[in-house]
Ligand binder design. Structure first.
Ligand code: F6R
Length: 634
């Protein structure tokens, strides 16, 4: 422990990325397994499902295949299971574990345990007791792996769960159900109940590793680690465990005091970006415009050393004011003929070839619809590439409506290809029922529905429909949420597009997201494709601008380019968003903290960035879209 980690009540290791964190946990598991093997004993693992541990399981499978790590002496207990789902259901946790780990290693199927989601209601209590007894019979859990939900849940112990709770039937929180809506193709399909080990059951494990990736988990991580243990964040009870380690990436660590406000906890190296972050924070904390901050504000808020280093608040204030002011531009593609010394983007060449990458349809307009409009209006050659079709997020009801339309139109022309395709999809929909997997034909139609929405949204923004590209990356077309696997063909398609467009500017998202999320996977595809283009001439002068991504916006100190929107431009953007009709009740990732929906989250975010700029003493705008510059050589 040191002054930086003093506030942290749980050992927290911050890793450069999820793979490194998983390597650390896989090492611990490997040590345990080998040690027990040498003693002729079994090892007991407590396992979690969800996106978070998938990379850990992939690493364990790799070690099994390539390094002979055996699981023959392993007994496993999973944390939870949806109540009412058969183990064969595609979204059941039993099935998930089979797909993601059990079927790929030499585990004895008899030694794998997942709570039974199919027991009759009156037998649930006894079944849960029996689960606990089985754990005791094998000597307790040696290593428990956990993820964490945005409600602060571990297992399915939602807020309100106490440290004594044991395995039981629970009701799922609204936010948890919304987070699962994509997996179940609609919130209405997500089970309302689950069986979960209790917090007490988890605390009994000898060693606990909690994993978390991406900044959507940052808030609950800091509350669990630095807050008081409380039932409102069940993961905070892990503070009561003497051998628990949180293994997180930079995104998930970003709200810890040592990362967010390091100057409050100890001496820091005042780099330019840290000064910007600290002074922006100070102005917001004391609720003053930057230019009105005085020496006392600095010294009373843990920044006396900065003051001494820089001489006076006047210098610091003016520096930050200028820096922030220089981020603002109504010319996101650069202003032709203007002096660009203090502008975020270069004046020439003009017009620019601009490539906007949208991981799924709608991400582009909801995050940068105003900027897109400006780029197109200002004469740039804008190509928008939709990296995935987004077909997994289309509810069946939309497909039914489209099919009925085609069938009605084709009355009397039953032999037409479109009509027989529609009839075929109609049959497949009936056969698949509420939880079945979409066939290739259903997915195709769903993809087409989204293409139609993209086109009408693009027209609102003044984009040329010919410049819309649908990459339909295979990792998505062949995969399902939380189980995507990016391959060579994905990168090749992206690389071909880059070479075709040869962009001067790229807009993209996905940095710092959960590594298995669609934006993060797409960002990885771009990074690898850019790597392939490293010798191409266009690359040397291409600027990459990051938009924050669905459901989030950069904080003021992170923004390198702030594009202000007037009320009418903002209204136009909202109209663009409205064209994505199939997403009315979808995109849970856009809904922040359980409130809001696709439509109003984007507007809240853009308004609040504008308010922060206003509060800092910069001009008052209706809305702002923010971008961060990404360095290719990182
Ligand atoms: C899953 C489980 C849950 C998840 C949590 C995070 O067995 O117990 O607590 O760990 O909901 O889910 P992901 O990893 O999908 O973000």
């Amino acid at each position: 422990m040191n002054e930086f980690t003093e506030r942290e009540q749980i050992t927290t290791n911050i890793y450069e990325d999820a793979d490194r964190a998983c390597g650390f946990v896989a090492d611990a598991i490997e040590r345990l397994l080998r040690e027990r093997q040498s003693q002729g004993k079994s090892a007991v693992l407590g396992l979690a499902t969800g996106s978070t541990p998938v990379r850990l399981y992939r690493e364990l499978i790799r070690r099994h295949r390539e390094e002979g790590l055996s699981f023959a002496n392993v007994v496993t207990f999973n944390l939870d299971e949806y109540y009412g789902l058969e183990g064969t259901h595609p979204e059941s946790y039993r099935r998930f574990m089979q797909d993601q780990l059990f079927d790929h290693v030499d585990l004895d199927p008899e030694k794998t345990h997942v709570p039974d989601g199919t027991v009759e209601r009156e037998d649930v209590f006894a079944s849960c007791r029996r689960y606990e007894e089985k754990i005791e019979e094998v000597g307790g859990i040696d290593i428990q792996i956990l993820g964490i939900g945005r409600t602060g849940h571990i297992g399915f112990n939602e807020p309100g769960s106490g440290p004594e709770s044991r395995t039981r039937l629970v009701t799922l929180d609204t936010l948890t159900r919304r987070d699962a809506a994509r997996d179940f193709l609609g919130e209405e399909n997500v089970p309302r109940h689950a069986i979960t080990m209790g917090v007490g059951t988890i605390l009994d494990a000898r060693v606990v590793y909690l994993l978390a990736w991406g900044d959507s988990k940052a808030g609950v991580i800091s509350e669990s680690v630095e807050g008081q243990p409380s039932a409102s964040i069940p993961a905070s009870f892990l503070q009561l465990h003497k051998d628990c380690v949180f293994c997180v990436d930079g995104g998930a660590a970003s709200q810890l005091t040592r990362v967010r406000y390091p100057w409050l906890v100890g001496p820091v190296e005042w780099s330019p970006s840290l000064v910007r972050k600290a002074v922006t924070w100070l102005a917001q904390k004391v609720q003053k415009p930057v230019l009105k901050l005085v020496d006392e504000d600095y010294s009373e808020n843990g920044m006396a050393d900065l003051l001494t280093e820089r001489g006076s608040s006047y210098e610091l204030n003016i520096d930050l004011f200028n820096q922030t002011q220089h981020t603002i531009t109504g010319w996101p593609g650069g202003k032709p003929g203007a002096d660009d010394t203090n502008r975020p983007e270069s004046a020439s060449p003009y017009p620019k070839r601009v490539l906007v990458l949208s991981p799924e349809p709608l991400d582009d307009v909801s995050c940068m619809g105003g900027t897109l409009h400006r780029l197109a209006n200002q004469g740039h050659e804008v190509t928008v590439a939709y990296m995935t079709s987004g077909n997994l997020a289309v509810p069946d009801t939309e497909v039914r409506r489209t099919i009925e339309l085609i069938i009605e139109l084709g009355e009397g022309h039953e032999d037409q290809a479109e009509v027989s395709f529609a009839r075929c999809v109609q049959r497949q929909l009936e056969e698949k029922g509420q939880f079945g997997l979409d066939t290739a034909e259903i997915r195709r139609l769903k993809g087409l529905i989204r293409r139609g929405e993209v086109r009408s949204s693009a027209l609102m923004l003044g984009l040329t429909v010919d410049h819309l590209t649908f990459l339909d990356l295979p990792f998505y077309e062949e995969g399902r949420y939380r189980r995507f696997n990016v391959g060579e063909e994905d990168v090749n398609r992206m690389h071909a597009l880059l070479e075709e467009v040869q962009p001067h500017q790229i807009f993209v998202t996905g940095e710092n997201h959960d590594p298995l999320s669609i934006p993060a996977l797409c960002f990885g595809v771009l990074r690898d494709a850019m790597e392939k283009s490293s010798d191409s001439e266009w690359r040397a002068s291409c600027n990459v601008w990051l938009y924050r991504g669905p459901g989030g916006e950069w904080e003021a100190h992170e923004i390198d380019m702030a594009v202000p929107l007037s009320p009418s431009e903002f209204e136009n953007k909202i109209q663009g968003i409205y064209q994505h009709q199939s997403q009315r009740s979808q995109s849970p990732s856009l809904a922040k903290n359980g409130a809001g929906n696709t439509w109003n989250v984007a507007s809240e975010l853009n308004h609040s960035t504008a308010q922060v700029y206003d509060q800092l003493g910069l001009p008052e705008y209706e809305a702002i879209e923010g971008f961060k510059k990404w360095s290719l050589n990182r």
